[in-house]
Design a protein around this ligand. Structure first.
Ligand code: NAP
Length: 272
């Protein structure tokens, strides 16, 4: 059997949990493949990788910070889902073409639905308007939320997304005001990530039934989540989203759909 290669490309990439996750599935399903982490370094290096990896036996790659938008631009073909957000986190190399998809939308949707929030959230405030935010906005809209707000340090980025997706922009200075009607708070900034300062935000006025999601995966519990958990609110870190976006990636490359998401999340929770 021919050895197939797949990888995640980002910069920095050292902290990525994707190699451990996909390697677990590669072993479990007896696939002749390997999944590595590649430092994309800069935009020129990333372009070069996307041009040369297919001829080196790569079936495709996952793309992470900061190359998701560039990946989208470099594709020969894109799925409707990738088009809806303008970023690609999954590339499949097929017949000399680069095909781009976005599995972060489905990943976030599945993670949110696994929280089984009751009553279902109707309002959400998204903190951050970087590369991860558009997929989360689309996922929330698909999940039927009625009111979605977005706030970002660089206001122009929140306003651009608010206009594009018809949601409400909130000033950064007002990020912790009027939280009383918010059912779901989502941190999509890199604040709170290992090596970064915590998200400076007072969320004590969220209602008791509100849930807090931080899509960061390292550490497993950011200060934001710790505070929310201590107040008795439901919380979720970024690992369920990571696992749920990885499932369709694995399926796209190898034709096998892993179906052990809870065990895979637990496996990642146990990693350092
Ligand atoms: P990004 O495109 O680099 O965006 C970073 C965001 O953080 C921007 O909104 C940025 O605001 C904000 N930010 C950074 N430093 C800040 C500071 N000092 N003060 C205020 N805001 C600050 O990154 P991304 O791709 O959106 O990823 C963001 C996080 O999500 C990362 O931790 C990443 O690992 C995680 N993520 C997780 C998953 C998952 O599956 N769990 C998927 C995707 C991403 P400005 O616009 O003002 O710079």
């Amino acid at each position: 059997m021919v050895m197939r290669h797949v990888a995640v490309i980002g910069h920095p990439i050292g902290q990525s949990k994707s190699p451990a996750l996909h390697t677990r599935w590669i072993k479990a399903h007896g696939v002749e493949a390997d999944y590595t982490a590649i430092d994309g370094k800069d935009e020129d290096s990333f372009r070069e990788l996307i041009r040369t990896l297919p001829e080196k036996g790569y079936a495709g790659v996952n793309v992470t910070i900061p190359f998701k938008q560039l990946a989208f631009e470099l594709c020969d073909e894109r799925t409707e889902r990738a088009e809806s957000v303008g970023t690609a986190n999954l590339l499949v190399f097929h017949d000399g073409k680069v095909i781009g998809d976005n599995t972060d939308i489905a990943g976030f949707r599945a993670a949110l639905s696994s929280m089984a929030l009751d009553p279902a959230p109707r309002t959400a405030r998204i903190i951050g308007a970087g590369g991860a935010a558009p997929a989360i906005i689309v996922a929330l809209k698909e999940s039927g939320l009625e009111r979605i707000e977005i706030t970002n340090r660089t206001a122009s980025k929140a306003i651009e997304l608010a206009e594009r997706f018809e949601i409400k922009p909130i000033g950064w200075a007002a990020r912790d005001t009027k939280l009383g009607e918010i059912d779901l708070l989502i941190n999509t900034t890199s604040l709170g990530m290992e090596g970064q300062p915590p998200l400076d935000m007072f969320v004590g006025s969220l209602p008791p039934h509100a849930a807090v999601i931080d899509i960061i995966t390292t550490p497993r519990e950011t200060d934001l989540l710790l505070g929310a958990r201590e107040r008795g609110q439901k919380t979720m870190n970024g690992l369920p989203m990571l696992v749920h976006q990885a499932v369709p990636s694995f399926e796209a490359w190898f034709g096998i759909r892993p179906d052990d998401e809870p065990a895979a999340i637990e496996f990642l929770e146990g990693l350092k």
